[in-house]
Design a protein around this ligand. Structure first.
Ligand SMILES: [Zn+2]
Ligand SMILES: [Zn+2]
Length: 383
């Protein structure tokens, strides 16, 4: 399971590409990777490539989806649309017209159980693919740093092992549906018009089960608990989804996908800001004035950091490379940890300390209140 590539990169375009650019780039690549035009040994590879460019085109040629993608990347698309949604709404006939080119889609995407080119060839009924599933996984920032492997467990429908999904008991089969006589459609007359609708008895299949399979009660599928190890790449972001092809529910038309939706656990010390992490420390006013070393937490343990003399409250220091990796980049480069310094003013002083501070104040010519003086002033102000 790899990370999905950038749609623009797939089509060789930059982010300002116009719709015409997108169409042109897609048409060219589609011709190049048409699985019927490559040698048999390269066919599988070309099919994958063709699906990849088609998905990129389907998203970028749709104004809405493109905006989502520009803003949130793959996570924005995956969290709102299944692969099926993406392809269903795309206008491929615009690219290939009614040339025979459409058959490629029928072959490659038949598991979605729908027709890209409308009614032209849809007389053949297709069984539906299993549903997509979603599982939520929570990871900590330390896991975002290195990437991690999680074991997930979920239940899904699978084809019944007894009847293989047919739903009929062993030794029995299906028979022609008596209600629609095998056509899958029933008609009602309304005046001159005859209205056809899906046969309610067989659900349009034209056949019904003679004796239902005892294991699945004729449904063809059974619920099974599945446990999987999922690799979560370093740098993963809140709300993104990893797609595991074919790990969704199974139906006669094929398997759906599993989407692993990521949420990032709140960290007790750090806040995340993209590839950077934010951390706040408190230092004493003495350290702020005189400078010195402080201990700073990082995702990989404590480090020493030098505070220069005269550090102001709110100053932000940057620990280079102590942040998180960028999931979109292949380089190992990491973001930074930004350390914000708060300065702690002592609330209580011992008598000896007070003497020192008062001496200092005198030295600087500051007028100060004596002990309890401030409280006295406030009381007066509210009288
Ligand atoms: Zn069964
Ligand atoms: Zn029927």
């Amino acid at each position: 399971m790899g990370t999905k590539r950038d749609y623009y990169e797939i089509l060789g375009l930059d982010r300002n590409a116009t719709l015409d650019d997108i169409k042109r780039a897609y048409r060219k690549l589609a011709m190049q990777f048409h699985p019927d035009r490559v040698p048999e040994s390269k066919k599988k590879e070309a099919e994958e490539k063709f699906k990849e460019i088609s998905e990129a085109y389907a998203v970028l040629s749709d104004e809405n989806k493109r905006r989502l993608y520009d803003q949130y990347g793959h996570a924005g698309i995956d969290s709102q649309f299944s692969t099926e949604d993406i392809f269903r709404s795309a206008n491929f006939s615009d690219i290939f017209g009614s040339s025979g080119f459409g058959s490629i889609f029928e072959d490659l995407f038949s598991d979605f159980g729908f027709d890209f080119f409308g009614s032209s060839r849809s007389s053949r009924r297709r069984a539906r693919r299993g549903r997509d599933l979603q599982v939520k996984v929570e990871v900590g920032l330390e896991e975002v740093l290195r990437g991690t492997q999680k074991t997930i467990s979920f239940s899904r429908l699978q084809l019944c092992p007894s009847c293989g999904g047919g739903g009929a008991a062993a030794g029995s089969g299906k028979r022609i549906c008596p209600q629609c006589r095998g056509t899958g459609t029933v008609y009602t007359s309304a005046g001159f018009v005859r209205l056809g609708s899906t046969c309610p008895r067989c659900g349009g299949e034209g056949k019904i089960i003679d004796r239902p399979c005892p294991q699945c009660q004729g449904r063809g599928v059974v619920k099974v608990r599945r446990t999987l190890k999922v690799n979560i790449p370093a740098g993963i972001t809140e709300g993104s989804s990893l797609r595991l092809r074919g790990e969704g529910e199974e139906a006669e038309g094929g398997k759906g996908d599993l989407y692993v939706k990521i949420s990032i656990r709140r960290h007790p010390l750090f806040e995340r800001d993209g590839v950077n992490i934010l951390y706040t420390i408190k230092i004493s006013v003495l350290k702020a004035v005189l400078g010195g070393e402080v201990e700073v937490e990082t995702l990989e343990g404590k480090v020493e950091m030098q505070i220069p003399a005269g550090t102001q409250p709110g100053t932000v220091f940057r620990l280079k490379g102590k942040g998180l990796p960028d999931i979109h980049s292949r380089s190992q480069k990491r973001g930074d940890e930004l350390v914000k310094v708060n300065i702690e003013v002592p609330r209580r002083l011992s008598n000896a300390e007070r003497e020192f501070w008062e001496k200092l104040a005198k030295l600087k010519g500051e007028s100060i209140s004596s002990a309890g003086g401030l409280r006295e002033k406030i009381r007066k102000a509210f009288r």
